[in-house]
Write a protein that binds this ligand. Structure first.
Ligand SMILES: [Zn+2]
Length: 480
């Protein structure tokens, strides 16, 4: 594996062939047989941090530290192995490593505080959590699982560290290319497919059949474009509408919504993680504000480091965007459990007494993607989660409590910090500060630019910023 900047050591190199050498089937089989031994090369810290990969408490920063800043490589490898996608889609390990190298390099291109390989690995892991711990997996095909994980990994590929509004305002080449519409999201997905096409040794979708590839590509495009925060309210209302009016869910929209919520999920994680992500994104916005000042442009909403009040805007983002979104997400997973998993359970039970037939449980089970809990370093046999209806519902209830509990607790912490910030600033300073109310007003007055700002998924995460403002304003309008 090529080193990007000489800062990290590549542990995979100790057990994987160099990029460019394609293994024969026999070599591949031998490599898989020897896998346990080879993985003993992982340092202890890396084994420990990866052991949380199936949990909500997973800490991508720990994986990053333990892997010399290569979290995306290790997370992708673990996830694709977990769902057996490496063998299903005949992806040689060295091709996956070469692909991960290139995606990683794309995320490092602009040295962003937030939109970097850590964010990509984090969103991929959270998407995996949503797939395997909520029963969603029972509803998905192998191509769909692959598309969701792939889309999560590349959804901010070559992110410029600036918002869609910035691209539009500065009339950047990307804004011109994509006609000011979801500029960055279009770029992330187009540049990723271009990279696959131009690098045979990195093309992890080379062995998909034509039909599989067409389905995969269409899903990835839809999922990545839906990470544009300006689509958030429309996406949420479509799903709410489907839940309230008994009708078939639009599966692609559900898959896209889940990756979109994984993209903004740090607000539903523990304070330590949420705070760290929030300030990283804030810094990225401030750097944009600095550039805007240099260019003589007005500062975009919440990008001015002299005036922005982070705790207040974060509070609004959690209150008006995150809380309602995760409440709907819980309802959505429950709906999927009630309508798909419950039916399957019933079919399984009736088939116990029935003769073997076309609809026998074994036959049905074959279509269900399996997920191995644990990591590639685990000893012993693979463990598969129990996807009976009762189990899924119980697990869902536990996750839902955790998400809502974290959001409430994070919101209270921002509120306390906002109070302190307010108390410590003088009345004169207050006049200059950009409070959520001001930003809300700005966003109302300037809805066009705001919505495109919110366009970044960053915005999504945007916990802080524009989106939060825009968000709260939109949410308020909705409420009214
Ligand atoms: Zn993102």
């Amino acid at each position: 594996m090529a080193e990007q900047d000489g800062k990290y050591q590549d542990y995979t190199e100790t057990f994987l062939p160099k990029s460019g050498h394609l293994r024969s089937d026999k070599e591949q089989a031998d490599a898989l047989d020897n896998e346990k031994t080879r993985h003993m090369n992982y340092p202890q810290d890396l084994v420990k941090s990866l052991s949380l990969i199936d949990k909500w408490e997973f800490n991508v920063f720990d994986v990053s530290d333990a892997s010399k800043q290569r979290p995306l490589t290790y997370v992708l490898y673990e996830l694709l192995k977990k769902y057996d996608l490496l063998s299903t889609f005949k992806i040689p390990t060295n091709v996956l490593m070469s692909f991960s190298d290139k995606v990683d390099a794309g995320y490092r291109k602009h040295r962003n505080p937030y939109h970097n390989p850590n964010h990509a690995a984090d969103v991929a892991q959270t998407t995996h959590f949503f797939i395997c711990q909520t029963g969603l997996l029972n509803w998905l095909s192998e191509v769909e699982v692959f598309a969701m994980i792939f889309a999560a990994a590349i959804h901010d590929y070559e992110h410029t560290g600036t918002t869609n509004t910035f691209h539009t305002q500065t009339r950047s080449p990307l804004a011109v290319l994509y006609n000011d519409r979801s500029v960055l999201e279009n770029h992330h997905v187009a540049a990723s497919f271009k990279m696959l096409q131009e690098n045979k040794g990195s093309n992890i979708v080379a062995e998909l059949t034509r039909d599989q590839f067409e389905e995969f590509r269409s899903l990835v495009v839809d999922i990545v474009l839906a990470t544009d925060m300006s689509q958030h309210f429309q996406q949420m209302s479509q799903v709410t509408d489907a839940l309230n009016n008994p009708k078939e869910l639009d599966k692609v929209k559900v898959m896209a919504l889940i990756v979109h919520l994984a993209d903004i999920s740090h607000a539903a994680k523990c304070w330590e993680l949420h705070e760290r992500w929030s300030y990283a994104l804030t810094e990225e916005y401030f750097r944009q504000g600095d550039r805007e000042k240099e260019l003589g442009l007005p500062c975009s909403t919440l990008c001015d480091r002299q005036t922005v009040m982070v705790p207040q805007s974060q509070f609004g983002f959690l209150r008006f965007i995150i809380e309602p979104s995760f409440t709907t997400l819980i309802e959505l997973f429950r709906h999927i459990a009630d309508h798909y998993i419950a039916k399957e359970d019933a079919a399984m039970n009736s088939a116990d007494v029935a003769e073997k037939s076309e609809s026998s449980p074994k036959r049905m089970r074959r279509h269900i993607v399996k997920c191995r809990l644990g990591t590639s370093q685990d000893q012993g046999d693979a463990l598969y989660p129990d996807y009976t209806y009762a189990n899924v519902v119980a697990r869902l209830e536990e996750s839902g409590k955790k998400w809502i509990g974290n959001i409430e607790s994070n919101r209270k912490k921002w509120s306390t910090l906002a109070e302190k910030e307010k108390a410590s600033s003088s009345p004169k300073d207050d006049a200059k500060k950009e409070s959520p109310t001001d930003s809300t007003k700005n966003s109302k007055e300037n809805s066009k630019s705001d919505s495109s700002t919110g366009t970044n998924n960053e915005n999504s995460n945007n916990s802080n910023s524009n989106s939060s403002t825009k968000t709260s304003s939109n949410a308020e309008e909705k409420k009214n």
